[in-house]
Design a protein around this ligand. Structure first.
Ligand code: COA
Length: 323
């Protein structure tokens, strides 16, 4: 009864910003480069087969001292330095990952602590290989809505911890590493609207077994990805109000070079569009692949189309202005 007598009044809202933008991007690549031969020997494969079926020539593997937090922190601190943002001024640290296996419940707070981002909220975001577009949409909403000013977003994977080195379907595909961006307020909208979704009915296609290893129905995942990615990409372009001809770069999740090439062809990208092919020397680094591929395209200015997809099944895409 008392409640109905109390005058309802609106709560004070956060004060946001008209837009947000990526201020900087950076990558951490583990020291050890592993070529195809060493992997092929364990799975009755060959360098030729691996190059032909997925375009990978080598990938990086983390050494014992290169754990998930160390790699995420290295990429994030480089990105903060590139943006000229003091860790103390960071409002939120988001870590997109699917391979965290340490004793801590979440890695975000550990990364924030290692960065010295003592004022920041910190959390993990689990959307597998769609993790970067998902986390980017979250960071953009936090800044525009006024819940954060500077957000550090890291995609980090230590796939070595979740891949069975004798699994013929996955051992050659994945690599370790981290990529990070710093997002801050902007008077213009430099992170376009996200187009995203999920289909849990396909979760069996990429799943963990009882031992915690990632198992993948490769051909089915390949067919699913090539069937959804071009349309997802077109919808992200439409949502941003630009066409493929306006793009400076196309930076899809680095899952397989054949998926990247098929999508670039379906979108009829002109020769002026730089297509990220970081997979050739980095493998598939899950949620880290998009920021790592972005960092590998220096001196690119203008709009870039990002597309992530993978386990979940989850997918997401948006157009961003390159930092
Ligand atoms: N080395 C050598 N030969 C292999 C092999 C390997 N590691 N794995 C499978 N083969 C053989 C198979 O035995 C089969 O031989 P056959 O034709 O004599 O029967 C042939 O290669 C084709 O097997 P298939 O399983 O259909 O392979 P594929 O052509 O689909 O390539 C992938 C396998 C994993 C590269 C591919 O399915 C793929 O990239 N899928 C998508 C993965 C992806 O994007 N994952 C990311 C999610 S984030």
């Amino acid at each position: 009864m008392l409640g109905s007598l109390v005058m309802a009044h609106p709560l004070q809202p956060s004060v946001g910003h008209p837009g947000s933008r990526i201020l900087s991007v950076a990558s951490y690549r583990p020291r050890t480069e592993v070529g195809n031969e060493a992997i092929a020997a364990l799975i009755d494969s060959s360098d030729e087969w691996i190059r032909r079926r997925c375009g990978i020539e080598s990938r990086r593997r983390a050494a014992p001292d290169e754990d998930l937090v160390m790699m995420a922190t290295a990429a994030a601190s480089k990105a903060l330095a590139g943006a000229g943002v003091d860790p103390y001024d960071v409002s939120a640290v988001l870590v997109a990952t699917m391979s965290h296996r340490g004793p801590a419940a979440t890695v975000g707070p550990l990364v924030a602590d290692a960065l010295g981002a003592t004022q920041a909220a910190a959390m993990d975001l689990g959307a597998a290989c769609a993790g970067f577009p998902y986390a980017l949409a979250t960071a953009d909403a936090l800044v525009r809505g006024g819940s954060a000013r500077y957000v550090v977003l890291v995609g980090a994977e230590r796939m070595t911890d979740i891949i069975d080195e004798r699994d013929r379907g996955t051992a050659f595909l994945f690599g370790d590493g981290a990529g990070a961006v710093v997002i801050g307020p902007s008077p213009t909208c430099d992170i376009g609207p996200v187009v995203w979704g999920a289909d849990g009915s396909g979760s069996e296609l990429l799943r963990y077994d009882e031992a915690g290893f990632l198992r993948m129905a490769g051909p089915e995942v390949f067919r699913w990805a090539t069937s959804i990615v071009p349309d997802l990409a077109r919808r992200a372009l439409d949502a941003a109000g630009i066409s493929a001809a306006d793009l400076a770069a196309f930076i899809p999740h680095q899952a397989n070079l054949r998926i990247i090439s098929a999508t670039a062809k379906a979108l009829e990208l002109g020769p002026h569009v730089r297509v990220a092919t970081d997979i050739t020397t980095n493998g598939n680094t899950g949620a880290a692949s998009i920021p790592q591929a972005m960092a590998a395209l220096p001196d690119t200015t203008g709009p870039a189309l990002l597309v992530g997809f993978g386990a979940g099944l989850s997918y997401g895409a948006q157009v961003v202005m390159m930092p």
